[in-house]
Design a protein around this ligand. Structure first.
Ligand code: GLU
Length: 452
């Protein structure tokens, strides 16, 4: 039998190879490190996982598509963006994962997101593989007509790669209900098919699921609550800092408030808002979802309880809980140090990989409950899978039913991660628990399906 340390050195060797074979993809390297660093105990304990080529196949996407996206702006000027779809792993079901439209998007970013998505989707217990896509297109400041033309051009290439049984995209940063509508319209026009299950996050009335917009944020709060319950606490009366002001942040704040916590912050790339009375969601939704504005407008209109801090770090605000809900690597060592100094009890990731590896280490060392995104933010993709189920059955469930299913899935993910961590001598370590539990499910399916 191979020992853990022998297995770890094989994995370390593979990590070096991953860095050489995938140059200039730091986010992908980071995501691969984070997973492979925790797998030695399970691979050493279960010889079938040491099969040559298994982990090597897992870190290599099944298919990667990069394409040109030309479109005309409102002045008639031709613009050219780059489109991506990385179909990472389909051992458990059709590739599933969102599309991100943001200027920072490149192949390495999409690969990190796709890699995370494999394990996240496996943890939901539903039949969905892992994929991710997007573009370096920046929707900010673009008119609806420009966004529509961009989405139509993007789908004119993407349509040939996706399908309800093949690959099912959804939203992510910069892609919400408006974009999914334009993308779905163009898919329907090109293919001449009403294929509702080809995209999730659709609008109410044409195949969308109730609670899908809320699901990622709600799910993350439920995961944080489960971590607190494990320590004999609940959300009632806790102060929470939330970063971001998009879909995930908004519904995180909504659920925190509903469960008796006080969510006092939100942020965007210009700075953060702190509101001692708790964020007024009607005002935030009006500014972000209706006006597509910035968070400084919130502080201006809210009155005395709120102030806008330009350029500052939201993690300096004292709180019991932190729910990073903006983007990758937004919570670094300095932020973790400030949170720990202020007595934070739990950090739960609403965004994908928002906490740097050094910060995760510091938080875990300090005994802070840490919920990694692939477990804590899995509620969004889980409800996407429920949307697919409704589409296949040509039915629509009530909000109560979807919320109940979401709550059951989040509880089950928490239990799975917790028990798996204990089984592999890492009690309370949700990172190890999530990685190993997700890996076991995908690896078992890959082994059963042969070398493909
Ligand atoms: N973009 C979301 C995520 O990171 C949702 C993906 C989906 O619903 O397919 O999980």
């Amino acid at each position: 039998m191979t020992t853990r340390s022998e297995t770890q050195s094989t994995l370390d060797h593979l990590l070096t190879e991953i860095e050489h074979r995938n140059p200039a993809q730091p986010e992908f390297h980071q995501a691969a490190h984070e997973v492979l660093e925790t797998l030695a105990p399970v691979i050493a304990a279960r010889p079938e996982y040491a099969e040559p080529g298994l982990v090597e196949r897992l870190v290599e996407p099944e298919r990667q598509v990069i394409f040109r996206v030309p479109w005309q702006d409102d002045q008639g000027r031709v613009r050219v963006n780059r489109g991506f779809r990385v179909e990472f792993n389909s051992a458990l079901g059709p590739y599933k994962g969102g599309l991100r439209f943001h200027p920072s998007v490149n192949l390495g970013v999409i690969k990190f997101l796709g890699f995370e998505q494999i394990f996240k989707n496996a943890l939901t217990g539903l039949g969905i593989g892992g994929g991710k896509g997007g573009s370096d297109f920046d929707p900010h400041g673009r008119s609806d007509a420009e966004v529509m033309r961009f989405c139509q051009s993007f789908m004119t290439e993407l349509y040939r790669h996706i399908g309800e049984h093949t690959d099912v995209p959804a939203g992510d940063i910069g892609v919400g209900g408006r974009e999914i509508g334009y993308l779905f319209g163009q898919y329907r026009r090109i293919t001449n098919r009403w294929e509702a299950g080809v995209l999730t996050g659709k609008g109410q009335g044409w195949g969308g699921s109730l609670i899908r917009p809320e699901a990622t944020g709600y799910g993350n709060v439920l995961f944080a609550a489960a971590m607190l319950r494990e320590r004999g606490e609940d959300l009632e009366g806790q102060t929470a800092v939330v970063s971001g002001s998009g879909n995930v942040a908004i519904y995180t704040i909504e659920k925190l408030t509903a469960l008796g916590a006080n969510a006092v912050t939100c942020s965007d790339s210009s700075g953060y808002v702190v509101d001692e009375k708790g964020i007024d969601l009607d005002l935030l939704k009006q500014i972000k979802e209706v006006e597509r504005g910035r968070v400084d407008a919130y502080a201006e209109r809210r009155g005395a309880s709120a102030r806008f801090v330009p350029g500052g770090s939201v993690w300096d605000v004292p709180a019991d809980l932190a729910l990073p809900s903006a983007t990758q690597n937004e919570l670094d060592e300095n932020a973790a140090t400030a949170l720990i100094r202020n007595g934070v009890k739990a950090v739960s990731e609403g965004a994908n990989m928002p906490t740097t590896p050094e910060a995760v280490h510091l938080l875990q060392q300090a005994g802070v409950a840490f919920g990694p995104g692939k477990a804590a933010n899995a509620g969004g993709v889980a409800v996407s899978a429920l949307e697919m189920a409704q589409n296949h059955a040509r039915t629509a469930w009530s909000a109560e039913r979807v919320e109940e299913e979401l709550a059951a899935i989040m509880t089950s993910i928490h239990t799975t991660c917790h028990e798996t961590a204990e089984r592999y001598d890492a009690p309370g370590d949700y990172v190890t628990g999530a990685n190993i539990a997700g890996f076991e499910r995908v690896a078992d399916a890959m082994l059963a399906q042969g070398v493909i």
